[in-house]
Design a protein around this ligand. Sequence first.
Ligand code: BTN
Length: 246
Amino acid sequence: MMTLNPDRVEWRAECASTNTLLREQAEAGAPSGKVLVADRQTAGRGRCGRAWLSSPGESLTFSVLFRGKPVETLSGLSLAVGLALLQALEKLGARALSLKWPNDLLCRKNGKDAKLAGVLIECAGDAVIIGIGLNLKSFDLPEQATAGLSDCLDTPASPPALLAAIVRELDFMWADFVVRGFAPLRDAWQARHAGQGKSVRLVENGRVLAEGRYLGVDDNGALRLAAADGEQIFWAGDLSLRAGDA
Ligand code: BTN
């Protein structure tokens, strides 16, 4: 079984948010490569101000600290992280996975793409904190279909084995990303993303930013949409398929 160097991993029974705590540790000088895991998060955070709670056995929630690349050169990192996560899980035997811009990992379940994992990236000085929440079991959310790893992986992997496999892939991703950025990963990302060519809507804080046909991403990981008045590029927002295109 793949294992991680125990010196770089701190595994807590509970904390408010692994991203928040690791960020504090980064500010206090924690080294690049540090991994912080919590069985339970009491104030876990998702993108766009949403909550991301976790309980033992239901999800794997952790954050990884990396240093070595200026903040202004990090465009596309969240997509690179999603791809690394997908590749790690596929190496363990997971199937029916795909990516949704900017950084959701989906699993095809009952004929629909359901959210399996999410990524929240934050920066503190020269430190990048990559937070990952991976559902082990699916649960009901009114606004979103979710999947658990048990929906796409026949042979269950223990949380430490999962963590080791994912962190290994993140290490490879980061070493390459520091030098070359997202552009060389663009084709691999696009080959796995759900919704290419479909009609989509981009929403931010409840406001519709744009509607159009999903053209994929550019070399920086920005979303390309064919809108009524031509191609547009977006850096943020929540993407959903429009009715009839699900
Ligand atoms: C999303 O909204 O899809 C991103 C979810 C990211 C959740 C993870 S869980 C570990 C880390 N700590 C947090 O507070 N958030 C991230």
